[in-house]
Design a protein around this ligand. Structure first.
Ligand code: SAM
Length: 310
């Protein structure tokens, strides 16, 4: 059975039966005369079972601190407020943020921030908010729970995973294809899957059909859970250099790694081949077949070259 939501005065009626998320969303849109802004990835979740699946996957406790990205009309925010200790919800759309502030006013454990998620550093956010948290809140570890705006999925995941204050868990709705790409094994790895698997272990919780949202997007979605490691899964002394090498490796994924690295890094072919041999990587392999451990070795070998060469 799906989660039930309490009726609000915006519903315009007094009934003991809780409206479904779809009814609630339609009434809110009508009541506030809102036009959906697809440009901001506004596809509201209207399936109670999916909502419940997100909440159970997040394994919330009353001491949990949750950051929600893109709360929209607040269907998820309400459930988070009821089950977690404290919720910080960041919404870019001014109108939605204002409505949400009103709607969430009865909940004393919710802060709505009307900002672009990619402009607020998570460490700075926690620092500025922590005075509000009651003592029982575990503010050193926090969870991100979100039905993400799809146009910024990859940057948002990376922003949080690369932050100096990383979450301990992320439960996020993303496009199905993106979830599958993130879950890929060596042989099908990409820049995106490496950037996520480096920091945490992803699990695909369930696929979610497009009709679970209003308006329905053109593609299906999936709930992805990422358990974030205390330390990255491989040793990277220099994050910038590590990703410089990976980006070069994937710059022409169909090419052999010897060619794509030489071209992408602007190195002479002969030097590139000798560095690959030093790292024990066959120059004829393609980027997507390399494991994270192998990228680690490449990052280290090519950074030595940079130091020696400079
Ligand atoms: N959480 C709601 C739900 O599940 O129904 C809405 C999810 S909707 C897919 C994405 C939400 O993210 C929208 O409310 C949109 O306005 C908001 N959004 C878009 N870009 C954003 C950004 N850069 N920072 C914060 N919120 C953003």
């Amino acid at each position: 059975m799906g989660l039930r939501t309490k009726q609000t005065s915006e519903d315009g009626r007094h009934s003991t039966r809780a409206p479904s998320p779809l009814t609630q969303t339609m009434r809110l849109l009508r009541h506030h005369n809102l036009r959906v802004r697809k440009r901001l990835g506004q596809h509201f979740l209207v399936d109670g079972d999916v909502l419940e699946r997100i909440i159970t996957s997040a394994e919330l406790t009353p001491t949990d601190l949750v950051i929600e990205i893109g709360p929209g009309l607040g269907v998820l925010t309400k459930q988070l407020a009821q089950q977690a200790g404290w919720v910080i919800a960041m919404e870019l759309d001014n109108t939605l943020a204002a409505i949400l502030k009103q709607r969430m006013a009865p909940y004393r454990n919710v802060t709505i921030i009307n900002e672009d998620v990619l402009k607020i550093d998570p460490a700075a956010l926690l620092e500025t908010q922590k005075a509000k948290f009651p003592p029982e809140i575990n503010s050193t570890g926090y969870k991100v729970v979100a039905n993400l705006p799809y146009y910024i999925t990859a940057p948002t995941l990376r922003y949080y995973l690369e932050s100096s204050a990383k979450p301990e868990m992320m439960v996020v709705m993303v496009q199905k294809e993106v979830a599958e790409e993130i879950m890929a094994k060596p042989g099908r790895l990409s820049l995106l899957s490496i950037s996520i698997q480096l920091y945490g272990e992803p699990t695909l919780i369930t696929r979610v059909p497009a009709h679970s949202f209003y308006p329905a997007p053109k593609v299906d979605s999936a709930i992805l859970k990422i358990i974030v490691y205390p330390q990255p899964s491989v040793n990277i002394a220099d994050n910038e250099n590590f990703f410089r090498v990976i980006r070069a490796g994937f710059s022409s994924a169909r090419k052999q790694i010897g060619n794509s690295l030489a071209q992408g890094l602007g190195l002479p072919k002969v030097e590139t081949l000798s560095l690959l041999a030093k790292a024990g990587i066959d120059a004829q392999r393609r980027a997507q077949t390399l494991t994270l451990k192998e990228w680690e070795r490449l990052g280290q070998t090519f950074s030595t070259y940079r130091v020696e060469a400079s």
